[in-house]
Structure formats: structure tokens, C-alpha cells
Ligand binder design. Structure first.
Ligand SMILES: [Zn+2]
Ligand SMILES: [Zn+2]
Length: 476
């Protein structure tokens, strides 16, 4: 499983089907529980083992089948050394154990899909939906048209408001998604045009109204919002880009009678609060659920009939060649939240780019259409699955200190045939916690030359440069 939050539901299902035969392994268990489960495994009392990520290394004997659920999930990949992708490790382990591995997904990664297309993997299709699950109807709301009509920025389109009123009047639930927390994304000065950035990171501070704080979402730095511009002293400060906190405020004004619950990283810091909130929504104690993408996964709300995606384009702007793929996956997952019970659901997807392939195919819930359109771009630009990549990173107290080790590395890699070297350049976020960050991207037509590169320029453990093979995160 990709995430701990998804395991209780799966466990309940498995226990119902195979009582007493399921062992669990994940970091949330205490040592005794873990030990007990490992003992059961070793004694062959539990033929089914469910775990998160590194559980793929569990000490099992005679493995007959490995299943990786939601194989496209980025959370399989550890973003800390040694940066292992548990999905890829599962494939390798199955190979070593001589057993099949099933990669399950409604929106496969393009790497896995490509492997299935060229015969390296075998494609098995689930042609029927589970009982009680119907496809919701998805409708696009063009925010450009809304802007033309209202002559101002529209957060809730008239169609969305109408749909919400209808659903609420029938006692049904609505879910609204916006992938940005806080009240306003950043503050700027109308006089000098400058923004208020974190003093330790190359990132704007986000305004949190409830806490009355400007906060850095990278390092946790926070400060009281200034009365006047810190750059020029002018008094005309303006917040830009609404976040979930503001959406909640606006919803309370629009629907004073409704029971509204916001779930994002700010409201779920206490342990168990996310689960408690989701449970309340499942039991019907919430009319409008608003939050970030943490709402997109795996939960079933029986009375949910309307899902509103407030700004579907947000993820498309991230400087990452997988931005379109991730947006497609997220939108498809979110759309799947509506209509999972007896009531049929609908999804309103607000966007400024209704013609973008990720949006068009998410609306049609057409994975193969999306893959057919996206893969030729990847091929033309030399990105996975048509190429292999390594990402070398380095940090320093000054930009120069971060740059030098990568320059030296590049000089050594230039002797290795078959590599394309991009950089060293500033990382997309050039400074975090007072450390400057640089990166060198290395591409090759296959994995061989990247292994060659590791031999030609071995990295010192604990040295200035770190390596990410098959990187998934480029935006930070
Ligand atoms: Zn100013
Ligand atoms: Zn910061």
C-alpha cells in the first residue's frame, strides 16, 4: 500500500474475507505489535501480509504473489536517502522470488503503461466496476467565461453554487478541492510590487488568517503580518491567491446553515484528527467538505453527490515533466469520489485551460486517451519512459559553494559516453533553510550509461553531492 491512511479500510476488507490470516507491517505499529506480526509471518500463520512501502522488504518465505496497489503513487518513493521506490523494489523482489507481481491502478504511471504496451509487462484489464460504483458525470466550467461575465475573478462559478444549493437542499454532501492551504498564497505591496518572502528560503510566505501569521511552508518560519510594506513603507498590501482557509470562510458566508469541515495539513496536525474528520463525513455529520488533495484518496462518503474542483490547473504550472500526468491522476481520483454509493454523482471541474490534454481526458475519464497523447511528447523530449534519468543535487552556504561540487562532477561525467548533462543549475526552489541548492540532471537513452556514470564519478557517502536515480520530484 502507498499510504498508511489507506490501510485500515483494506485491512477491514481482508479480515472479513480471510479472518485471522492477515499480518500487518508499517511504521505506525508499536514494537510489540510488529514483533508479534513478524513472528506470525515466520511461523506461517498469516499467509497474507499487508504493509506500507518498505514492508516490501519483510522477512517472508515462499512468496507466491506480490500486489502493489495504486502503483502510480509517488509516496512509494522515499525522498530520503537511499531514495528507494518500493514499487520498483517489489518488481525486483518478485523477480528474485520467482513469483508474479501485480501492479494495480486505474491511472497507471506512464512507465508501467509503456512497459505493458511494449510487452515487457502483461496487461490485465478489469472490465467491470465493483458493485455500487458508478462513473460520475464530469462537467467542465470554463473560468475564462465566468471572468468575462462577472468582470472579476470567480472562485465559485454560478453553476457550482447552483449545484451545491441543490445537493444541500436534498440533504446530500458536497466536496470542494483546492490544492493550496492557508488564507492567501502570498502578500505583495501595491506600491512597489514586491512580495514578502521567507528570510531563509526562496519562497513567498503564506498568510494564515486564523493564526494571524505569515508562514513559510518549507521551513516553518513565521512572523506577524506587517502593517506596512517591509520594502518601501507603503500601506497598501494585498493578498494574492486564495487557499483552503479562505474558501472555508467564504463558504460559511454563502451557506451559513451548512455544517462545513476543512481538512488540510493545518487542520489535521493533531494525530487522529484526519481520520476523525473523515469518519464524521462518512457518517453524514458534514454537509460541505473542503480541503486539499488529501481528500482525493480512497474514502467513501455515501451521501456525497457533488465534487467541485475549484482550480484544476494549479498542478500544471509546476516545473516538472510529470505535471500533466499528476494532474490527470489527481483529477481522475477526485472525480472517482463522487458516485461511489447508491446516489449518482457529478463533478464540476473549474479550469482556465479546458483544452489541456490532462483536463480533456480527465473529464472523459479516459486514461488511454491521455497516455496516447502524452507519450509522444515524452518521446520527443527524451523523458521517461523513453529515457532514464539521474538527478544530482548539492547544497551550500553560498550559491558558489553549492555549484562547485556539481561542476567538478560534470567535468568527470563528460568523459562517459551516452550521457546528456543538463546543468548544474539552480534547483526550482533555489534556497531552503538558508542553504543554496543546485542540481545536475543526467539523461541517457537507457539505464546502462547512468550506471557507468556512477562508476566513473563515485560519490562519497555523506559528501556534498547526493544522487536520486529515477527521480520523481523536480518541483522542489
Ligand atoms: Zn512596497
Ligand atoms: Zn522558509
Amino acid at each position: 500500500m502507498p499510504e498508511i491512511g489507506l490501510t485500515p479500510r483494506l485491512l477491514a476488507r481482508l479480515e472479513a474475507r480471510f479472518p485471522g490470516k492477515v499480518a500487518v507491517g508499517h511504521a505506525g505499529l508499536n514494537a510489540t505489535e510488529r514483533q508479534a506480526d513478524v513472528l506470525r509471518l515466520l511461523q506461517d500463520e498469516a499467509p497474507l501480509f499487508v504493509g506500507v512501502r518498505n514492508a516490501v522488504l519483510a522477512p517472508l518465505k515462499d512468496i507466491g504473489l506480490v500486489i502493489v496497489d495504486e502503483e502510480q503513487e509517488g509516496s512509494y518513493k522515499s525522498e530520503e536517502h537511499p531514495r528507494i521506490n518500493a514499487r520498483d523494489l517489489a518488481v525486483k523482489r518478485a523477480q528474485l522470488e520467482g513469483c508474479p507481481v501485480v501492479l494495480g491502478s486505474a491511472t497507471p504511471s506512464l512507465e508501467s503503461w509503456h512497459a505493458a504496451q511494449n510487452g515487457r509487462y502483461r496487461l490485465l484489464r478489469l472490465m467491470e466496476r465493483p458493485a455500487g460504483v458508478t462513473l460520475p458525470t464530469v462537467k467542465v466550467v470554463d473560468l475564462r467565461e465566468c471572468y468575462k461575465e462577472e468582470r472579476k475573478k470567480v472562485v465559485f462559478s454560478p453553476l457550482l453554487l447552483k449545484g451545491m444549493r441543490e445537493a444541500l437542499s436534498l440533504g446530500q454532501q458536497c466536496m470542494l478541492l483546492l490544492n493550496r492551504r492557508g488564507f492567501e498564497n502570498f502578500w505583495m505591496c501595491r506600491a512597489c510590487g514586491k512580495t514578502f518572502d521567507c528570510p531563509h528560503c526562496a519562497l513567498s510566505l503564506t498568510y494564515h488568517k486564523g493564526a494571524y501569521r505569515l508562514r513559510c511552508h518549507l521551513c516553518g518560519y513565521e512572523t506577524a503580518p506587517p502593517e506596512v510594506c517591509i520594502h518601501c513603507g507603503a500601506e497598501h498590501l494585498r493578498g494574492v491567491g486564495e487557499g483552503t482557509e479562505q474558501i472555508e470562510d467564504q463558504l460559511r458566508a454563502l451557506f451559513p446553515e451548512a455544517r462545513i469541515l476543512r481538512l488540510d495539513r493545518d487542520t489535521t496536525t493533531r494525530r487522529g484528527s484526519l481520520e476523525a474528520g473523515l469518519l464524521a463525513a462518512e457518517e453524514g455529520a458534514v454537509d460541505i467538505l473542503v480541503g486539499t488533495q488529501m481528500l482525493a484518496k480512497g474514502h467513501t462518503f455515501p451521501k456525497l453527490t457533488l465534487v467541485g474542483i475549484l482550480n484544476a490547473d494549479m498542478g500544471l504550472k509546476i516545473p516538472d515533466f510529470r505535471a500533466a500526468e499528476r494532474t490527470f491522476q489527481l483529477l481522475t481520483q477526485v472525480a472517482g469520489r463522487a458516485g461511489r454509493a447508491e446516489l449518482s454523482g457529478r463533478v464540476l471541474l473549474q479550469t482556465y485551460s479546458p483544452d489541456h490534454p490532462a483536463i480533456v481526458h480527465a473529464v472523459a475519464q479516459n486514461f488511454e486517451g491521455f497516455a496516447a497523447e502524452e507519450l509522444p511528447y515524452r518521446e520527443a523530449l527524451g523523458y521517461p519512459p523513453y529515457a532514464a534519468m539521474s538527478l544530482y543535487r548539492s547544497e551550500g552556504d553560498t550559491p558558489r559553494e553549492a555549484l562547485e561540487p556539481l561542476r567538478a562532477l560534470r567535468a568527470r561525467l563528460e568523459t562517459v559516453p551516452g550521457l546528456r548533462l543538463l546543468g548544474p543549475l539552480e534547483s526550482p526552489i533555489a534556497k531552503v533553510k538558508d542553504r543554496y541548492r543546485m542540481q545536475l540532471i543526467v539523461k541517457a537513452a537507457s539505464r546502462g550509461p547512468l550506471g557507468e556514470a556512477m562508476r566513473a564519478a563515485p560519490l562519497e557517502p555523506g559528501g556534498a553531492v547526493t544522487l536520486d536515480r529515477d527521480p520523481l520530484q523536480f518541483g522542489v
